[in-house]
Every structure is written in C-alpha cells, then in structure tokens.
Design a protein. Structure first.
Length: 214
C-alpha cells in the first residue's frame, strides 16, 4: 500500500482538483509558493549584501573564507533550482504545453508524463542525487553540521518509506512521482525549490553566526 504524504499531499490534491474547475484557488496556492520563494530570496540577498558591506565583514581576517562558504552554498542552491526548472519545463512540454490565453497547463491531469520522464527514464534519480548533493555541500560549509542535519528542509528521506517492504514502492522517485497528475508534480517541484532556498537561508545564517563566535 502506498503511504500517505501529509500535509503536502493535501496541497497537491487541491491543485489537481482545481485544474479547470476553480482557477482562483489554484492561483492562490501557486501565488503563495511563489511569494514564499521571493521572500526567502530577498532575505538571502540581504545577507550577501551585508557580507559585502565595507562596514561589516570584509575588514575581518576570516572574510575570504566566509565569502568562499557563502559562494559555495549560493552556487549549489542556484544549480539545484535551475535543475528543478529544467524538469518543470520538460514536464510542461511533455504534457502538451500551456494555454496561450490563461498560461494553464493544457493537460494538467496527465498522470503518465511524470511517470515516464522521472521514473521510467530515471530523471527522478538525477533529481534525487542533485538534492542530496546540494544538502551535503550546504552542510559541509558549517562547523557543526549535526546541528542542522535533522531540521534542514531540503531532504529526500521520507519516514513513511521505512515501513515499506516492496523494493519498487520504497524507491524515492516512485513514491514521489508514480502516476501523479503533472500539475501536482509541478507543485511538488516548486516545493523542492522552496526547500532549497529555505535551506540556503538557514545555512547562510549559520555561517554568519559561526563567523561571529569567538
């Protein structure tokens, strides 16, 4: 039996059920995700600018190392977000594209394209590797990675999978993408992107905090 994904599965179901029925609800959900991403990105930008300020960090002996750590985290987060956008675009094209008038997916209820691209063609393996690589690189930039290891939003470990014995259903990509409506998968990918930016912000704050600890 496939485990239930809560609470985000409720969001996915809501989005899928809204396709072609209640665009206002769907748009509000999408807007909330985008607003969250924008807010996080603005906070990240403020941190980077504060580190570059001549009145704060760049007169310190450890400034060069601080900059390297921040650059490594930001670069890896950008790389993952670009990778996620690549799959969103590929899923969009594969499902038939969008309506030129509304920008809605033409076939948001398509339950085959995500299975084909992310499971059968193993795109989900690539995405999983990229997420796990990004998480490891982020944690490697701080002195006490264990302090964030259990709380960092970016994570492919799903507790529900530990109770599954079927090898196929235990697979992360199968759990996340198998026979899911493409509009729900697009929302899930946006959530992964949000997790990446949120994790970037958390790690950057930790790097700053550690740099200020004598």
């Amino acid at each position: 039996m496939r485990p239930t994904k809560l609470p985000f599965i409720l969001l996915l179901i809501t989005i899928a059920s809204c396709q072609g029925q209640n665009a206002a609800v769907r748009d509000n959900i999408t807007r909330d995700i985008n607003h969250s991403n924008l807010t996080i990105e603005q906070k990240i930008d403020r941190i980077i600018k504060s580190v570059d300020s001549p009145t704060t960090y760049n007169t310190r002996p450890e400034y060069s190392e601080l900059k390297k750590k921040i650059a490594a985290v930001a670069s890896q987060s950008d790389s993952l977000c670009n990778h996620i956008d690549y799959w969103k675009n590929k899923l969009c094209r594969g499902s038939g594209g969008v309506d030129s008038g509304t920008d809605d997916l033409l076939h948001g209820d398509d339950m085959e394209i995500a299975t084909k691209l992310l499971i059968e063609q193993k795109g989900g393996d690539t995405l999983q590797h990229k997420i796990e690589e990004t998480r490891l690189i982020m944690l490697s930039q701080i002195k006490s990675p264990d302090s964030l290891a259990n709380t960092l939003p970016l994570n492919t470990k799903v507790s529900a999978l530990t109770s599954i014995t079927d090898a196929e259903e235990k697979d992360w990509k199968y759990y996340e993408f198998n026979h899911m409506p493409v509009i729900a998968v697009m929302a899930l990918l946006s959530k992964f992107k949000n997790d990446a930016r949120a994790s970037e912000l958390i790690v950057l704050n930790k790097i700053i905090e550690e740099s200020e600890t004598k």
